[in-house]
Design a protein around this ligand. Structure first.
Ligand code: SIN
Ligand code: CO
Length: 398
């Protein structure tokens, strides 16, 4: 008895259903979830751009083009990121190379015309159509993309290997600038013909290489801003719209118990000044504010020692009565943790004990009256080596 798989990885398209199913079903079952190969998504596919036109476009100074040659014997990858010239193409070998041009839809109306088939997606989610030309064996190697992509085969055949194993290793090779995967074990392999289309959600390892002859692939790529990009831009946007006079304020201030401490009340005031920051994890908010406020309006920074001391050398100086003078530009503050505290100095964070952190904040010149413990020792050493504390022979009283 044959079992019907609920989500087949391979389907056949038709003129009325290029996805091999309704867009609603594709979005529900595959979009951002699992790969799908659609055989003959575009039957009788008419190539909207010839290889020579792509090469011509790649030589435009403003085009985003890369020529990638794989030295298969030594497994070396050569990437020429342009601007490309005819001479670059004249030097290409008979096989194992590819040309990739991004944003071809912006240059060529026929290529842009392909986008009408993707109108089931919000247009602002579509990034570009990248077009590649490759000679047999040519490709960019095994990698993952951070975006959904529809890989439409335009000319010739391409061998695709993918892994739909969610536990597939994602570490990069360090020797290649292409962010290729260090390990790749395909779970599926196919040979795509013109009109076939492979959909990949973000993060699926894949490797495509031209097979048998010249090959062109049209990649319709999506854009999904990272949370880091969204956050950075939102912060800039909010900042532009906030009036200067809205500032950190503390009309409820009471006399400080420990002058260097950023205490609970200060954090609560910060949360009311920044309502969206209240949603942050508390330790992240602390870590950001501690770094920010000790860097804020600092015109200069201490320079790290060119020759760092080791703990024996520092211990010897301290035992000889040396004082530790705070660098005039090193601003300090500390925040209590569940155990111990973090001392922030000019934007840097150091694990510390509240007693020593407070002493460092209070005293411009520190004379140790007791033997520091291990945390304190490594803190003092780090602060000395980062240039925030300068060991000085003690000044004798006359
Ligand atoms: C291609 O070489 O056309 C596609 C590259 C990719 O896998 O992102
Ligand atoms: Co890719």
């Amino acid at each position: 008895m044959t079992t019907i798989k609920p989500f087949p990885i391979e389907v056949r398209g038709s003129a009325s259903r290029p996805l091999g199913m309704s867009p609603a079903r594709f979005l529900r079952d595959y979009w951002q979830k699992r790969p799908l190969l659609i055989r003959q998504a575009f039957a009788d596919f008419q190539l909207p751009l010839q290889p020579d036109d792509l090469a011509g476009l790649a030589c435009e100074p403003a085009a985003l083009a890369r020529l990638i040659v794989h030295d298969a014997k030594r497994d070396r990858w050569h990437v020429n990121s342009g601007p490309l010239s005819e001479a670059d193409f004249a030097k290409t070998p008979d096989s194992d190379w590819t040309l990739l041009v991004q944003d071809v839809d912006k240059w060529d109306a026929d290529v842009a015309g392909l986008l009408q088939h993707f109108s089931f997606l919000p247009s602002w989610r579509v990034d570009d159509i990248m077009v590649s030309y490759a000679e047999p064996g040519g490709g960019v190697g095994a990698h993952i993309d951070q975006y959904d992509v529809f890989l439409l085969q335009g000319l010739g055949q391409r061998h695709w290997a993918i892994s739909d194993d969610p536990l597939a290793p994602k570490a990069f090779r360090h020797d290649v600038e292409l962010k290729q995967l260090a390990h790749f074990e395909p779970t599926h392999e196919w040979l795509l013909e013109p009109g076939d289309m492979l959909y990949l959600p973000p993060g699926v390892p894949h490797d495509g290489a031209a097979f048998g002859g010249p090959c062109m692939t049209f990649s319709v790529g999506m854009r999904a801003p990272s949370q880091a990009e969204l956050t950075g831009d939102l912060a800039d946007f909010i900042a532009e719209h906030l009036p200067e006079e809205l500032r950190y304020a503390d009309p409820d201030l009471t006399p400080a118990r420990a002058t260097g401490e950023i205490d609970r009340a200060a954090i609560e005031r910060l949360k009311s000044a920044l309502p969206f920051a209240a949603a942050l994890r508390e330790d992240m908010l602390h870590d950001w504010f501690g770094r920010f406020i000790t860097r804020y309006r600092n015109a200069q920074l201490a320079a790290p020692l060119e020759k760092p001391l080791n703990d024996t050398a520092l211990a010897r100086q301290l035992a000889g009565g040396a004082h530790l003078l705070r660098h005039p530009w090193s601003r300090m503050a500390w925040i209590r943790r569940k155990s111990g505290c973090t001392l922030y100095v000019s934007g840097q964070a150091y694990p510390a004990t509240p007693a020593l952190a407070q002493q460092l904040c209070e005293q411009r010149e520190l004379a140790l009256e007791r033997i520091p413990d291990a945390i304190e020792n490594s803190l003092l050493l780090a602060l000395v080596n980062d240039g925030h504390l300068l060991p000085r022979k003690s000044r004798r009283r006359r």
